[in-house]
Design a protein around this ligand. Sequence first.
Ligand code: F3S
Length: 387
Amino acid sequence: MELTAEEERVLSGEEGQTRAKMMEILVALGRVFGAERLIPIRSAQVSGASYKTIGPYGLEWLESLDARAVVPAVVNPIGMPRDRWREMGIDRDFARKQEQVVLAYERLGIRLDCTCTPYYLNITEYGDHIAWSESSAVAYANSVIGARTNREGGPGALAAAIIGKTPDYGLHRLENRRPSFAVEVESGLDLSDPALYGALGYIAGKQAGNRIPLFTGIRPTKDHLKALGAAMAATGAVALFHVDGITPEARIFHFSTEGLERVKVGDRDIHAALQEIPVDAVALGCPHCSDDELATVARLLEGKTVRIPVYIFASRGVIGRNEPLVRTIERSGARVYADTCMVVSPALDQYGSIMVNSGKALAYVPTMCGAAARLGTTAECIAVATT
Ligand code: F3S
C-alpha cells in the first residue's frame, strides 16, 4: 500500500501516539483487503458506543486515546437515554459507565447524536466516500443515497474519523458495486407498511449473504428502503442493494438481472415472517424513526392508552423537531427515547417477548435481549399494545 509523505509522518508518531495507532489500523485494514491507497472521507459513523456491547475493555481502550476527529463523525446509539435513564429502569452503575463512554467519545471530537440514522443529519451525499459502521446505516448510505462505504468495524470507523481517510477497497470502488443476486418480488403484493419490507428483507438477507441484491417488482419509499436494508444487513451481511428504477445507481446504470442467481418472494413468504406469539412489550424505531414514522405512530396512538410498555426510539434531532407528535404519543403512556435503542439498551432485557415492526429487530432481539420477537406492521403493533 502506498502512503504519502504526510501519512508516513503520522504513522511514525510525529503527530502523537493516538494518530499513529489510528493510522496503523487503517494501513492494516488496507493491507488485508488489498487497497493501494487511502482516500479522503466526508464523514464517519462509529459503532460500539453502548456499554452493554463494549464493556470494560472497550471503555478502557477509548479512554486511552488522545486525538480528535477531523471530519464530521457521529456515534451509534448508546445503552440509555442520557436524560431519562432512571425512568427507563437503568441500573445506576451501568449509567455511570455509559456516561464515561460518552465522555470518552466527546473528548475524541465525536458528535453525540447517538443514532443509527446518521443519514438524517446531512453528512453525506451521492458519490461521497464515507466510513460508517452501523450495518443498517451502511446499507442506506450505499443503496439509497449512493455514497460509498464498507461496513466498518467500530475501531476502523474511529480511525477513519481521526485521520479523515479510509482504505480504498470494496464498496469504495465502482466496479465492486454491481448486483450479484436477483430478488423477484411477486407483482401486486401489498407492501404498504415498512414492516412488510422488513419481512421481505428478513427473507432476502438470508438468501443473499454478503452479495449485492437487485430487486425487481417493488416501488418502495425511503422509509421502506430503510426497513428493507436494515433487515438484510441483519439476517445477511448486505451492505449495498439496488432496486430496479428506484435507487440511484440502478437508475444511472440500468442493471439487468440477466445471468444472476435469482429467488422469488411472494405473499405467503412475507406473511410467514409475521408469526404469532404473545407480547410483553412493543418496540418501534429500528433503525431510529424518521419524521414520517413518528407521525404515523402519533396518529395511531392519538386518544388511546397503552396496556403494555411501548418504546419508540428516534434521534435527538428528529424528536426535537417533532415535539407535538411526541406529546401525543406520550399522552398514551408510550415513551419516545433518544440516544438508545431496543437492542443496545439493557432496559428491554426484562421482557420475554417483544413485538417489533422491523426485520432487523426481529433478527437481533432474540440474541441481544434474550426475548422472543414477533414482527407486525406498525398498526398491528399499536393495536396489540392498546387492546
Ligand atoms: Fe439502530 Fe439499534 Fe436497530 S442501533 S438499527 S435501532 S438495532
